[in-house]
Design a protein around this ligand. Structure first.
Ligand SMILES: *Cc1c(COP(=O)(O)O)cnc(C)c1O
Length: 370
């Protein structure tokens, strides 16, 4: 049997190419390619409106934005974070000479467990870096309470949380800073890109200086900044994509609901329940393959792969198991039993706006017939 269409865990959402032509013509006419150009300014404004936040600084990618966010708040020493994330979360700490301290996750949300944070605070702790995993909001109130009690900063890795809202509005407004990624695999993409959401104009100014080598004006450099600027091409992609995002989210919501319905009685397959968000983004569809499922998680992963369906073990391995982290005392598996268990059971199923109903049906049938 020949299978023509491989199904990947995600497929970037691209509006019709013809709609992008006017943006390109504009760039070619103006010859403004980067450095806070007109599309960059428009996208910052449009994203603030769409996301319901006050200030946002665009970046070339989410990782440089994370590194810069730590610089902006002058974070040093130790930072408490989750091992259950994409490796860039902890890497951003190492790039700043900061020691990551891993704390276990909550078994129902797979987000950093606030009840486990206090025991890991030392005199060197300066901040907490939680992740809104799969776009499910963290327990932001409990985390803020601990931060206030111990005088710590909070930087959210919000790479998964584009557009997510709780009862009080955007989840990007919690903590001191939130960092977004607009990588090709994310719900909203600019091919590569990212942003820092910040609470006031003064912080945005500092971030804007840091992302442009530390330049304040033509002849003044205030610090060892980096080149984190988003260019006009990527900003234009973002403006175009924003016109289609609501429609894309409706499709994702439908796929999410269908999976939940079709998988609800499959023994050994657990869908992660939502974490109470008012507006979700359906960025991922994670399932947990429990011990009472007939085959192992890895066997199911392989079975799907044999049919050209590429699910993703996301997050496996844990960040704390990579060589540059595993020597840390907090990386020990005994310290991280919930995360260790989740990493062995997790499988993210394909979800993206263009996923067809019959394709989704085929995926579910293969899971049911194990
Ligand atoms: C995607 C992602 C990043 C990195 O973002 P890039 O834009 O790819 O640099 C960081 N953290 C998490 C949780 C992510 O999913």
């Amino acid at each position: 049997m020949t299978i023509k269409n491989p199904i990947y865990v995600t497929q970037p959402f691209l509006p019709p190419l013809s709609e992008f032509t006017p943006y390109l013509e504009n760039i070619w006419d103006s010859k403004i390619l980067t450095n806070n150009g007109p599309f960059h300014q428009q996208l910052e404004k449009a994203l603030c409106e769409y996301l319901g936040v006050e200030y946002l600084a665009l970046f070339s990618n989410g990782t440089i934005a994370l590194i810069t966010a730590l610089q902006a708040l002058r974070i040093t020493g130790e930072v408490i974070t989750t091992p259950y994330s994409f490796v860039a979360t902890a890497h951003s700490l190492l790039w700043n000479g900061i020691k990551p301290v891993f704390v276990d996750i909550d078994p129902s949300t797979l987000n950093l467990n606030p009840a486990r944070i206090e025991a890991s605070i030392t005199p060197h702790t300066t901040a907490i870096m939680p992740v809104h995993c799969y776009g499910h909001p963290c327990d932001v109130d409990s985390i803020q309470k601990i931060a206030d009690d111990y005088n710590l900063k909070v930087i959210y890795d919000a790479a998964h949380a584009f557009g997510v809202q709780n009862e009080r509005g955007s989840v990007l407004k919690y903590g001191d800073l939130s960092v977004l990624s607009f990588h090709a695999t994310k719900v909203f993409n600019t091919f590569e890109g990212g942003a820092i959401v910040c609470p006031d104009a003064k912080t945005k100014k500092r971030i804007d200086q840091l992302k442009n080598f530390g330049f304040v004006d033509e002849v003044t450099v205030v610090g060892p900044g980096i080149n984190g600027k988003m260019n006009e091409f990527n900003a234009a992609l973002g403006l175009l994509q924003l016109k289609h995002i609501d429609q894309a989210l409706v499709r994702r919501k439908g796929i999410d609901a269908t999976y939940r319905e079709l998988l609800k009685d499959v023994k050994g397959i657990r869908c992660l329940r939502d974490a109470g968000e008012k507006v979700a983004n359906y960025a991922y569809f994670p399932i947990l393959v429990d011990a009472d499922y007939p085959i192992s998680r890895d066997a199911l992963y392989q079975k799907l792969k044999d049919q050209d369906i590429f699910a993703r073990r996301y997050f496996y391995p844990l960040v704390s198991d990579f060589p540059m982290y595993r020597g840390l005392p907090s990386a020990h598996r005994d310290n991280l039993p919930v995360a260790t268990d989740a990493a062995l059971k997790i499988l993210c199923l394909p979800i993206y706006p263009a996923l067809r109903q019959e394709e989704q049906g085929r995926i579910v049938e293969l899971i049911k017939r194990a």
